[in-house]
Design a protein around this ligand. Structure first.
Ligand code: F6R
Ligand code: MG
Ligand code: MG
Length: 365
């Protein structure tokens, strides 16, 4: 029997702006999920203003009952968010009713299905104030660069490389528009796409040794669904680790770069991706963009106790560097690379102004 991991996350309201959900919301969701007999285990976390529901079950990916369980719990908690007067109550629930899959309805989803190994180590990543492209650089390095993944030269099975499935996040049709590229032969093609964190995002990664999937990233684009700005897409990701997949520390190593990613204040700026402890709110300039990561082993459909991997002295040092990078880019305010591209701006103020100014341009000389 295969085991499925599903992480489904949404922003359904938060305290004092887009900072963190209330304890009550987390309790309501936990109590709702706990009663279900569809799942064999679960956990609930928050990162910034987003709540992530992590479910273990045997029902496979895209299962309507599992998606409905998450949707219904978010709906119930939204009522409480409204009663409590939380900001942005129900913000990411963009459809009035559930139609079989939460994809395309607002919440972000990442899922993995596999035959459990005797020990099955996994990471769950949760990011806020950024978009799915935030994982492009860390996962590109962890799965294709021997500087970060020593297994690529030390372990013959890992040396066979990985297949990247990359999604075009601007695509507005049904399903996902994707391309499959293999490392190492097509490394430069992979790099060409992944450099553009606004348009392209890693959706899945597969081992070329076993053909098994080891990464799943949510690539939801809320503004494609709603047709207007409704918040950034704050992505979640699941990664299988060890043996013929990268080791835990090889996956984590590239996060020490704290790369600049789109998001931050009003989803319209570039900021460093700061690795934070689980259940961390945002703060400075509605950010900086943050990513938390919790590790488990999955065994017979149950989760072991968890480890908060960025809760370690090494990451205090990285956080310090990320804070310096955040302050540095903020010193140039709205100029040049400090803001995202015109297409990606999440509010219409600048584009409205540009339209008006356009009519005042004239040819001189
Ligand atoms: C970014 C984010 C915040 C809000 C900002 C303004 O993803 O959530 O930076 O954009 O706090 O929020 P509103 O428009 O709701 O007042
Ligand atoms: Mg939000
Ligand atoms: Mg958020």
């Amino acid at each position: 029997m295969k085991t499925t991991l599903s992480v489904i996350k949404a922003d359904i309201g938060s305290i004092a702006g887009h900072i963190k959900p209330s304890q009550k919301l987390l309790e309501i969701i936990k109590n709702f999920i706990k009663k279900s007999d569809l799942i064999s285990d679960y956990r609930v976390f928050y990162t910034g203003d987003d709540i992530a529901i992590f479910l273990v079950h045997q029902k496979g990916k895209d299962n309507p009952e599992i998606h409905k369980l998450a949707w219904d719990s978010f709906m119930e908690a939204t009522q409480i968010a409204k009663e409590q007067g939380l900001y942005g109550a129900g913000q990411d629930l963009l459809k009035d009713s559930f139609a079989g899959n939460v994809k395309g309805a607002g919440p972000a989803v990442a899922e993995l299905e596999f035959e459990e190994r005797p020990a099955e180590p996994v990471f769950l990543f949760m990011a806020d104030k950024t978009n799915p492209g935030a994982y492009n650089l860390p996962f590109y390095l962890a799965f294709s660069d021997p500087f970060y993944n020593s297994g690529l030269i030390l372990v013959p099975e890992i040396s066979k490389g990985f297949k990247f499935v990359i999604a075009d996040m601007e695509y507005k049709g049904e399903g996902e528009r994707v391309i499959e590229l293999c490392a190492p032969e097509e490394l430069y093609d992979i790099a060409c796409l992944l450099r553009d964190t606004e348009k392209y995002g890693i959706l899945e990664i597969y081992s070329r040794h076993s053909g098994e999937q080891c990464v799943s990233v949510s690539t939801t684009r809320l503004h494609n669904i709603a047709g207007k700005y409704t918040g950034k897409d704050d992505p979640v990701a699941l990664v299988r680790l060890q043996k013929h997949f990268p080791a835990a520390g090889e996956i984590l190593a590239p996060f020490s770069l704290a790369p600049y990613v789109p998001g931050f204040m009003r989803g319209s700026h570039q900021g460093p991706l700061m690795p934070v402890k689980v259940n961390t709110p945002v703060s400075y300039f509605d950010g900086p963009p943050i990513v938390s990561c919790v590790g488990f082993c999955v065994h017979n459909g149950k989760l072991t106790e968890e480890v908060d991997v960025f809760d370690h002295p090494f990451w205090d040092y990285v956080r310090e560097k990320a804070a310096q990078k955040a302050e540095e880019i903020r010193r140039q305010g709205f100029f040049g690379n400090a803001m995202v591209s015109k297409q990606e701006l999440e509010y219409t103020g600048i584009t409205d102004k540009l339209k008006i100014l356009e009519s005042r341009f004239k040819i001189k000389g």
